[in-house]
Design a protein around this ligand. Structure first.
Ligand code: 5RP
Length: 316
């Protein structure tokens, strides 16, 4: 393996422990302004130092990430369909290698839709991308996209991951499932697990733990971090599992500790912003109902979330 390729992979999967914590913020490429990711700049800023790499599109990278960062960028280079379009699997390569290099990408990412109408197109695109990227020492991460029609079980995911690896993907991103070990065993390259739709924090930590135990090198998590009421506390708890070998109880305890530290700071911030607020004293009371509300870790999706009930949204 060439030095450049090795070096880039090792910036994503840390060689010290062969683990990776990726933060995914690329959802807008087909979902538009996903709930709680409406302003990517605001979302990314406090989380950037807590992840090993950031998965995003070139638009968000240019507009929302400071070029001074030393966090590696995993650049999504596929797209072409949206959640309101006819078929999400109809993706093509939308970013040139030259632009990826201008953006100093550490890896390129694209989805394949195994078993879908556009299976052929996306798999061939993966092979071509790997060949093109190899000229510049750029690794490729393949995402095994799933949809309503496509399964999410070990049999399907083993097939999809293996197909991706056979085309030369250096890393495969997939979903956690029952018998996940089988998926890992039959895939000759490292597997990273996506978080999927928002679930309670403890459950997302459990998923992280199970994925690592099952053989994944790490997670590429999005919604379960930035749709949490406490994204920084959440990413730090996920990190404790991925990099510090903490178990779920330990990581959840850390999450709760960080949340309580955070909420101790918040009333003071309000205080200084609103010097004449008559409710100020109230908000410091331990039994303030508003306070409880804001501490809820598992806030469900807003009922008017425009992405809810759309076809294929359970893709992730
Ligand atoms: C979008 C993606 C996302 O990066 C991936 O789904 C991870 O995000 P989440 O944890 O929210 O599922 O690949 O196609």
């Amino acid at each position: 393996m060439d030095w450049g390729l090795k070096n880039r992979i090792s910036s994503i999967i840390k060689p010290q422990n062969n683990r990776a914590l990726m933060l995914a913020v690329d959802h807008g490429y087909f979902l538009g302004p996903t709930e709680k990711l409406e302003d990517p700049k605001k979302v990314i800023a406090p989380l950037l130092k807590h992840c090993d790499s950031l998965m995003l599109t070139r638009g968000v990278q240019r507009a929302s990430v400071p070029a001074t960062t030393d966090t590696p960028m995993v650049l999504r280079v596929s797209g072409g369909s949206s959640i309101i379009g006819e078929d999400l699997s109809q993706e093509d390569i939308t970013v040139s290698i030259e632009d990826a290099i201008r953006l100093n990408a550490s890896a390129l990412a694209m989805s394949i839709f195994v078993g879908s109408k556009y299976e052929y197109q996306t798999i061939v695109n993966l092979g071509k991308l790997v060949s093109e990227a190899a000229k510049y020492g750029l690794p490729v991460l393949a995402v095994t996209a799933v949809g309503k029609e496509l399964g999410k079980d070990a049999r399907y995911l083993s097939l999809a991951c293996r197909v991706a690896a056979e085309q030369g993907a250096h890393i495969v991103k997939t979903y956690y499932c029952d018998n996940f070990e089988k998926v890992v065993q039959s895939c000759p390259v490292p597997i990273i697990v996506a978080g999927g739709k928002k679930i309670p924090e403890r459950d997302a930590l459990q998923l992280t733990y199970n994925a690592i135990k099952g053989g994944a090198v790490g997670v590429d998590m999005g919604r379960n971090i930035w749709q949490s009421e406490h994204p920084v506390s959440m990413i730090r708890a996920v990190r404790a599992i991925v990099h510090n070998n903490q178990n779920v109880d330990q990581a959840f305890k850390l999450y709760k500790k960080l949340v309580s530290e955070e909420s101790k700071k918040k009333p003071n911030q309000k205080k200084s912003n609103k010097p004449n607020n008559p409710n100020q004293k109230k908000s410091n009371k331990p039994n303030n109902p508003n306070q409880k509300k804001s501490n809820k870790p598992n806030k469900p999706n807003k009922p008017n979330n425009p992405n809810q009930n759309k076809p294929n949204l359970n893709q992730k």
